[in-house]
Design a protein around this ligand. Structure first.
Ligand code: SF4
Length: 460
């Protein structure tokens, strides 16, 4: 497989590409493939009617990590959902969980008056190693009686982002404040701009949305994050799949209130909130990518702490979320947020760094302290492998969210207690090191379930 390369253009991502509402358990294996199915459906509907008249079925080929762990990650159901026209942000999570299951595991896909039937046999789990430029590759085909009538190759590049063969970045507005690195971003702020202003100006310039709509969108993201924590705390029992893993969030939350020591209480609360959203994700519930679904418990846990224990205003919390986005943008732009590309350091490590930056801004620290905290959190997740047991986003993923939320708080404390100017390791360096470490990492540890816990707990 070709190597992932950092982008040399200024950061021009949208906040709502990074923070996406959608069903768990995986942004790259669930939300991305669903978006690919939806895009393929749109393309098929644009084909001349005479092509559709000859259509006999649909076929999907999953490659790389999508094949290795696609079953446990619901990739087959995600492709079917997209082909049905279901979008990640509005999908009915229980209906999605039932798709391609039960006594009649067929999806009937209506395409301009033609009904094509998709069954689990139409989804091929292909080879792990292939020559496409991204690990997570899928090929969707419209089949005729003799073979494919039309096909498209898609790449799920992490965090629910997709590209396709021949992809060209979409035409979009240029960012008002151009930056490509944390050093560049901090340099922009020396003239008196705030980080929140840079992020909001860029969002409106890139997407054309009004600032009012952007703020309303941010509030929807905050609500969806908090809702994922609440639903997780209200649900007990086993997570789906063969592992038989019990949900722990509700029990931990109850135990936290019994603790006398304040430090224990704070830690247990953070654990419970991170676990709650991560368990929702593992169960296929609706979460927000931050930056991915597998790591969707880290930022919401820290946000709930700020809201309920620090009683911060919505304005402070929004500003914190904008810093988290800046951190996530820079990691995605210059390295990767995909477990299949760089291991779990790109997912949980990025989430922890985002949460650390968020804490600093929301609690009134400057952007250089936020950059230091993000650096510390990412540095101490370097080398973190991705080895989900039995291909399900449960072990080690769920607890890893709790560990990362706690680590973010510690990174905030470490950065706040020091002088950012004297920090030896810069954020941009650690992002580069993360990418290099990911490149050196064996493919066994990049969401393939072929190494680590996945092989040592294969029959847990
Ligand atoms: S180990 Fe980390 S990167 Fe891998 S699936 Fe779990 S959360 Fe995602």
């Amino acid at each position: 497989m070709a190597e992932f390369r950092p982008d040399t253009r200024p950061v021009d991502l949208s906040l709502f590409e990074l923070f996406k509402i959608g069903p768990g358990p995986s942004s790259s294996h669930t939300i991305g493939p669903m978006a690919a199915g939806l895009d393929f459906r749109r393309r098929v509907l644009e084909l001349p009617g005479r092509v559709l008249d000859r259509a006999a079925g649909l076929r999907a080929v999953l490659l790389g990590s999508l094949s290795a762990t696609g079953k446990g990650h619901g990739t087959d159901r995600a492709v079917a959902a997209g082909l049905l026209g279901w979008a990640p942000e509005t999908v009915d999570a229980p209906a999605f969980a039932r798709l391609l299951g039960g006594d009649d595991p067929r999806a009937e896909i209506e395409l301009s008056g033609h009904t094509l039937v998709l069954t689990p046999d139409d989804i091929e789990f292909g080879p792990l190693v292939h020559d496409h430029p991204y690990a997570n590759t899928l090929i969707l085909k419209l089949m005729g009686p003799q073979g494919p009538l039309f096909e498209q190759t898609y790449y799920s590049i992490g965090g629910g982002f997709i590209q396709w063969e021949g992809y060209q970045p979409p035409e979009r507005g240029r960012p008002k404040h151009a930056y490509r690195t944390m050093a560049g971003l901090l340099g922009l702020l020396e003239g008196g701009l705030t980080l929140a202003r840079v992020m909001l100006d860029n969002e409106t310039a890139i997407t054309g949305a009004s600032e009012r709509d952007v703020l309303a969108g941010l509030d929807r993201i905050l609500e969806a994050m908090d809702a994922s924590v609440t639903r997780g705390l209200e649900t007990e029992g086993l997570l789906p799949g063969p592992i038989g893993l019990s949900r722990k969030a509700a029990g931990l939350s109850a135990r936290s209130s019994e603790r006398q020591a304040r430090a224990d209480r704070t830690l247990l609360e953070l654990d419970a909130w991170a676990l709650a959203a991560a368990e929702e994700n593992a169960a296929g519930g609706v979460v927000v990518t931050a930056p991915t679904s597998g790591s969707a418990g880290v930022v919401p846990a820290v946000l709930r702490h700020l809201r309920t224990r620090r009683r911060l205003s919505r304005k402070n919390i929004r500003q914190g979320l904008l810093t988290a986005a800046a951190v996530g943008f820079l990691i995605k732009h210059n390295a990767s947020i995909a477990g299949a590309e760089v291991g779990c350091q790109g997912e949980i490590g990025s989430a922890s760094a985002m949460a650390a930056g968020l804490l600093c801004t929301a609690l009134g620290r400057g952007p250089d302290t936020a950059a230091s905290a993000a650096e510390i959190a990412l540095e101490h997740n370097l080398g973190l492998t991705c080895d989900p047991v039995m291909g399900f986003v449960q072990i080690p993923c769920v607890e890893r969210n709790a560990m990362a939320a706690v680590k973010a708080c510690n990174a905030f404390l470490l950065a706040s207690g020091g002088d950012p100017a004297r920090q030896k390791v810069g954020f941009d360096v650690v992002v580069e090191v993360m990418l290099e470490t990911g490149r050196d990492m064996s493919c066994n540890y990049k969401e393939t379930s072929q190494g680590g816990l996945a092989v040592n707990l294969a029959n847990c």
